[in-house]
Design a protein around this ligand. Sequence first.
Ligand code: NAD
Ligand code: DAU
Length: 351
Amino acid sequence: MKKILITGGAGFIGSHVVRLFVNKYSGYQIFNLDKLTYAGNLANLKDIENKPNYTFIKGDIVDSEFISKLFSEHKFDAVIHLAAESHVDRSISNPLEFVMTNVIGTVNLLNAAKTIWQPSTGNNGRFYHVSTDEVYGTLGETGLFTEATAYDPHSPYSASKASSDHFVRAYHDTFRIDIVISNCSNNYGSYHFPEKLIPLSIYNIKNSKPIPVYGKGENIRDWLFVEDHARAIDVIFHKAKSGTTYNIGGHNEWTNIDLIRLLCKIMDKKLNRAEGESAKLITFVKDRAGHDLRYAIDSTKLQKELGWTPSLQFEEGLEKTVEWFLSNEEWLNNVTSGEYKKYYEEQYTKR
Ligand code: NAD
Ligand code: DAU
């Protein structure tokens, strides 16, 4: 049985990746390593927690001694690395935490992998690093990010992800570790933590709170349904050549304000409100510092070489997502209490 370590599996995207791998591959023993920060939540994986091919390990990737012991105990055959600090606004308030988890944490995992795999002796595992399109910086009105686009990160978050991508490639070039990297656009779907634009807006509309729109709402993001991202990771993990990179995206660009207006329309219907009622909650607030104008992904390489395509149209995916949040009130109430509530109120009063 192959032992696969997935890091960050109790977060948003990681939980979808863990679920997919546990359900699809009974021949893999899936180890989910997560520190369970404010963004990690074991309730995200309730449906698979008792499966025989699933093991949860609570731990911090920044703790090099713990990581090195874990690897020598389990001798993992492969790593799919998603654990990270992931929210741009938090990286502006606390950049060092992003350096620690995203850079040092990644290097700790690479060092431990290098020790157990010893690629120079011909023994090798696969280190799959899950990264973001934000490493490419921002686009103007035209053009798309390709795998050849130069890195140009602008936020402490994207700088930390860019740095970790460079380390992963350096360990391939220097130590011959078998690596793959994917850079994906904005995800949305179930279990999305409600500090990010879509789930935060759903939560606020539901509770008749203001929907904070940064600047004029003209920034553009390229949205992909999270289960399509998980499927892409599956395909890349199994089929990509060592040392390669793939961009993942849905060719689905929306300005923030248009997206929020669509969301308000969907929510009016689902909540039996008069059309236009939720849109009254839209509130323009101070812009994010260093706010990238536009992200858009060219995923031709992934589609042509590995045959992946997104499965859902955005309108359908967004409606499905709204339905999920409305029927999972307990999950939403749990994650919006405690530490998150304090942070959110602090951010909100600052604006
Ligand atoms: P998330 O914030 O929802 O989850 C991150 C998970 O990592 C949490 O479960 C958290 O507990 C865990 N974690 C954080 N620090 C840790 C540490 N020191 N040790 C162990 N675990 C730790 O993030 P997400 O949105 O699911 O993103 C997952 C990955 O995908 C990240 O690497 C992110 O950069 C990348 N990504 C995200 C998006 C997106 O739209 N959300 C798009 C492209 C790429
Ligand atoms: O592109 C991939 C990235 O997408 C991932 O690497 C990140 O982990 C993920 O958080 C996401 O980053 P963004 O900054 O694009 O996502 P966020 O949901 O924070 O913001 C989306 C857009 O909406 C962005 O232009 C900022 C704006 N925004 C965000 C929030 C939270 C608002 O206007 N109001 C808000 O309250």
